[in-house]
Design a protein around this ligand. Structure first.
Ligand code: LMR
Length: 402
């Protein structure tokens, strides 16, 4: 080749989360600890295959259904199950046929399809994400062609969120701008607004005619399956278009199957038909249609009474184990470093804790202790267990002392 198109292509930076996970895998230190990626591990440090999933897989293996193409927007039974899980089976939005759901490649796929759809119809809108947010939010909406800005959220001084700063920040958004919100288990901080404060946030969004895009990747890891979708149901009562990306990666431990959804709440059944046709167009031009296996597992588990009960128990088990790790970590750290207040660890919800560690401390953790965490100080509580928690607490206390 004489003139190479590729010669000037620069090296892209490592992904701040997935890149770390790769580095962890190649670390040969026996006592290494992975608190980087949002993946639930058991007390034995293994990614579980849930019993409900194993049972569903057995049925599917016996059925030997042909692997035909799914419809562009996914399996109908799956879409129905997703809507019921997010909105409640008796939701008027479902009864009035105002909800559009498409099966997507994980929650990331839901965000991407939603972003591409929005860019077709609102290219000049700005996208507002919380400061901080999941890094990929900025990349997904930025690559879809949007200008992305932040609204204040986390308050380092209190380890909580700053509602007034958030509402003032949102005032800068113009009518029609898109606001990305974490419906529960905020990633990366683990800090969620209180129920009363959610009302104020929803009021502000409605008043300013913003477009909420709710990301719910951790349903069931906060308070419970129903409780964690409460915010979605409150948004659904308002006169607003609502976008929701959801995922079963964590709640079904089905990470690699890429099972997620985009759901859009519309004003009328007629509007929903038109929106659905455009969502399908976006998908067709991206990857044609989604894969069969993961969504078949999820819809079987969600709709068969015995499997559903088993899933709810197993999800509660994951939630409870993470909570137990929070309590244990706070107790260990309080002993090692009584001067500091570690209550934030037990107040935060979901898989993550914003530990307060800075980038230099996180680097020390990796270099001196083979503990992997995200450079912002985010640690995945679901990577802790009774075998590694003492070593981690010790390492964290030591790097904090400097
Ligand atoms: C995370 O935040 O660690 C997960 O959502 C995995 C990912 O794709 O980043």
């Amino acid at each position: 080749m004489s003139v190479s198109l590729l010669a000037g292509v620069p090296l892209a930076p490592h992904d701040p989360i997935l890149g770390l996970n790769e580095a962890f895998k190649s670390d040969t230190t026996p006592q290494k600890i992975n608190l980087s990626i949002g993946v639930y591990c058991t007390e034995e440090g293994k990614v579980p295959v849930l019993a409900c999933v194993q049972k569903a897989m057995k049925v599917l293996a016996e059925e030997q259904a042909p692997r035909i193409y799914l419809p562009i927007d996914g399996a109908p039974a799956y879409k129905t199950a997703v809507q019921a899980l997010l909105l409640g089976g008796d939701s008027p939005v479902i009864a009035e046929k105002r909800a559009v759901t498409a099966q997507t490649l994980g929650g990331t796929g839901g965000l991407k399809v939603g972003a591409d759809f929005l860019h077709h119809f609102a290219a000049n809108a700005k996208v507002w994400v919380s400061d901080p947010t999941w890094d990929n939010h900025k990349a997904i909406f930025g690559d879809a062609g949007f200008a992305v800005d932040v609204y204040p959220y986390y308050d380092a001084a209190t380890g909580g969120y700053d509602l007034s700063a958030m509402l003032v920040g949102l005032k800068k958004a113009a009518a029609g701008d898109i606001v990305v919100l974490h419906a529960c288990c905020h990633n990366p901080t683990g800090v969620d607004p209180s129920s009363e404060d959610w009302d104020k946030i929803i009021d502000a969004i409605e008043e300013q005619q913003l477009v909420p895009f709710l990301d719910i990747a951790y349903q069931g890891f906060g308070h419970g399956i129903e409780e964690d979708s409460e915010v979605i149901r409150r948004f659904a009562e308002r006169k607003l278009p609502v976008f929701i990306s959801s995922s079963f990666s964590k709640s079904f431990s089905l990470y690699g199957e890429r099972v997620g959804a985009l759901t859009v709440l519309c004003d009328s059944a007629d509007e929903a038909v038109r929106v659905q046709s455009q969502v399908r167009r976006v998908i067709r031009a991206n990857y044609s249609n989604p894969p069969t296996f993961g969504s078949a597992i999820v819809s079987m588990v969600l709709t068969k009474k015995d499997l559903r009960g088993l899933w709810e128990e197993e999800l509660a088990g994951m939630r409870d184990r993470i909570r137990a790790m929070r309590v244990m970590l706070r107790e260990r750290l309080a002993k090692l470093d009584p001067e500091r207040n570690y209550d934030y660890i037990v107040k935060q919800k979901g898989m993550f804790s914003y530990s307060g560690l800075n980038a230099a401390q996180v680097e020390k953790l990796r270099e001196n202790y083979a503990v992997y965490a995200v450079k912002t100080g985010r640690i995945c509580m679901a990577g802790l267990n009774t075998h590694n928690i003492d070593a981690f607490a010790q390492a964290m206390a030591e790097v904090q002392k400097g």
